[in-house]
Design a protein around this ligand. Structure first.
Ligand code: DER
Length: 235
C-alpha cells in the first residue's frame, strides 16, 4: 500500500463520522483533500444532505467550491460539529504538529471551535514526542522585522539545538506568504523540547508571533492508516 493509499483510507474512514445536517471544518493538505473529495461525492450521491463546510484555507475553499459543497465561516457558525484534518506529527497523547502546508492559523481557529476534531494520518506521522521527526515546526509570524522574531524564536529553544529558518517559496525563493498575509518561520530541533505547554506559552508571548503549529489537547480522535490496517485512537 502506498502512502497515498493509506491517506485515502484514513480520510474515507473519518468521513464515516459525518452525519447529514452537520457544520464541518474542512482540513488542508494531501490527506484532508481526500476527505473533502469524499464528502463532495456523498453529497452528489444524495447520501449526505444539508452539509455546511468551513474551509481551513483558500486552497480547500477552492476544492470544496469545485465539488459543490456549500460553504460558510466561523463568523456565521462559531460552533462547528466536526472537523477532519491531517497532521504532520502525532505523539502518544494525540498532541499534533500541523502547518507544514502553511494553513495552521485558520486550522487552529476553526478546529478550536469544533465539538469533535478527527485527525487523519498515515502511520509515518506517529512520533514518540513532538519535534521528534526532526522536520519543521511551523510558527506564523508578522512580516515586520521577521529576522528579529526568528532570532528570538531560535534563542528561546537554544538548549534544544533549535535552528529557525524563514519558509520560502520553492520556485522563486521569496518568503512564503500565508492566507493571512503573514510569514512562516520553521523551527528545527535536535533534541526534545520538553514541556509542550510551556514551549507553547513562551512562543506565543513573543510580540510578532501570530500562532504556532503545536495543536495541544485539541484532537478528539486520531485515525491512523497503516500496512496492517486502520487504528482509531480516542482521547
Ligand atoms: O499543513 C497542515 O496543517 C496539514 O494539515 C498537515 O498538517 C498535513 O498535511 P498532509 O496531510 O499533506 O501530510
Amino acid at each position: 500500500l502506498t502512502q497515498d493509499m493509506l491517506k485515502r483510507i484514513a480520510a474515507y474512514k473519518a468521513v464515516e463520522f459525518v452525519q447529514s445536517g452537520m457544520v464541518l471544518g474542512l482540513g488542508t493538505g494531501s490527506t484532508a483533500k481526500y476527505a473533502v473529495q469524499r464528502i463532495g461525492e456523498l453529497l452528489q450521491q444524495g447520501k449526505l444532505k444539508d452539509i455546511i463546510g468551513i474551509p481551513t484555507s483558500k486552497k480547500t475553499q477552492e476544492q470544496a467550491l469545485s465539488l459543490g459543497i456549500p460553504l460558510s465561516d466561523i463568523d456565521e457558525h462559531p460552533v462547528v460539529d466536526l472537523a477532519i484534518d491531517g497532521a504532520d506529527e502525532v505523539d502518544p497523547y494525540l498532541n499534533l504538529v500541523k502547518g507544514r502546508g502553511g494553513s495552521l492559523l485558520r486550522e487552529k481557529m476553526i478546529e478550536g471551535a469544533c465539538k469533535k476534531f478527527v485527525v487523519i494520518v498515515d502511520e509515518s506521522k506517529l512520533v514518540p514526542y513532538l519535534g521528534g521527526s526532526r522536520l519543521a515546526m511551523p510558527v506564523e509570524i508578522v512580516p515586520f522585522c521577521w529576522k528579529f522574531t526568528a532570532q528570538r524564536l531560535q534563542r528561546l529553544f537554544e538548549d534544544s539545538g533549535c535552528v529557525a529558518k524563514l519558509r520560502t517559496c520553492d520556485d522563486n525563493g521569496e518568503p512564503f506568504v500565508t492566507d493571512n498575509a503573514n510569514y512562516i518561520v520553521e523551527l528545527y530541533f535536535k533534541k526534545d523540547i520538553g514541556d509542550l505547554n510551556s514551549a507553547s506559552d513562551s512562543i506565543l508571548r513573543l510580540a510578532g508571533v501570530v500562532e504556532h503549529g503545536m495543536f495541544l489537547n485539541m484532537a478528539t480522535t486520531v485515525i491512523v492508516a497503516g500496512e496492517l490496517g486502520i487504528t482509531v485512537k480516542n482521547k
